[in-house]
Design a protein around this ligand. Sequence first.
Ligand SMILES: *Cc1c(COP(=O)(O)O)cnc(C)c1O
Length: 372
Amino acid sequence: MRIETLAIHAGQSPDPATGAVTPPIHLSTTFERAADGSYPGGYVYTRTENPNRAALEQCLTALEGGAMAAAFSSGMAAIAAVFQALTPGDHILFPDDAYFGAGRLLRELMAPWGLTYSVVNMADLDAVYAAVRPQTRLIWVETPSNPLLKITDIAGVAEIARKAGARCAVDNTWPSPVGQQPLALGADLVMHATTKYLGGHSDLLGGVIVARAADEFFERIRLVQTIGGAAPSPFDCWLLMRSIRTLPHRMRAHSQNAQRVAEFLADHPAIERVHYPGLPTHSGYDIAQRRMSLPGGMLSIQVHGGAEEAMRVAGRVQIFTRATSLGGVESLIEHRASVEGVHTTTPPNLLRISVGLEHPDDLIDDLAKALS
Ligand SMILES: *Cc1c(COP(=O)(O)O)cnc(C)c1O
């Protein structure tokens, strides 16, 4: 089945008890045992398993073409589960441009716990190959990267990982399963902050890991989920399922709008540089064309005049909201370096834009006024 059909039907069927077409929300934390001590419904306790979470995991597994999924209470909890499934002493290759929180997790929590890591330019396969060590067990990929939208060839990195006896994990939050299918390109694990495009409406926090194989490593991720305890609530799982039904249509519209906005900005004299993989001038354009089905709804711009001018532009928009995060129906604009704080490597004149589902001409008019 195609992704539009999976988004509506995978893990979703009318409730057998009532015939309700949309599934009920099972808020119960605990489930009754039969007189003989068995669990007739198959559920015991909601931290371990819940019908809404099971349905969500089934749906996300289908969308990414995996074998199993584990849903978490945030994207960060999902990333932490992959790191915690490793063993102290293991080495990770981590991208030089990536979600700031993931780098911070590695630096401030996982390194003291005993993981080692090297930061590499994932867009350069020779550099990735050269950075592999005998202890390398994980190569973490985020493409397009945050906030510079660098493009990594997932198939190339997955091959390097395979030869090194390491796993390749891809943060697929920005493209979503509609824009990119990392498992089909050879990756072992896919991670999403479901908070973003999968949720789609800036009203829930969640994360997921989808695994290519139901192997021992995935069992460790499952253990971090159920015993570590960062499980999503039944209501959040239900809300996410509600949003996923429209994901393929939203993603196409986000991407079309972003392409229009990027083309407008690329020609604007106040702009120094536009980072968007749908522009033929982007350094990763050819790989994006081959490996992605959509360039996506995210772009970054560098404005002439430094941090002050970038702040001034963000201060003048009317339709865009000045806020962090991404993937919702409303367009957001953010001065990224000041959100990331002291360890940031983001250029000070950079604004990150999450292009929403408003009419693209209104968004372009708003940016034109703010840049004038
Ligand atoms: C938001 C985000 C995360 C973290 O997700 P949370 O739900 O905020 O914990 C990780 N990776 C990427 C690319 C993100 O955009």
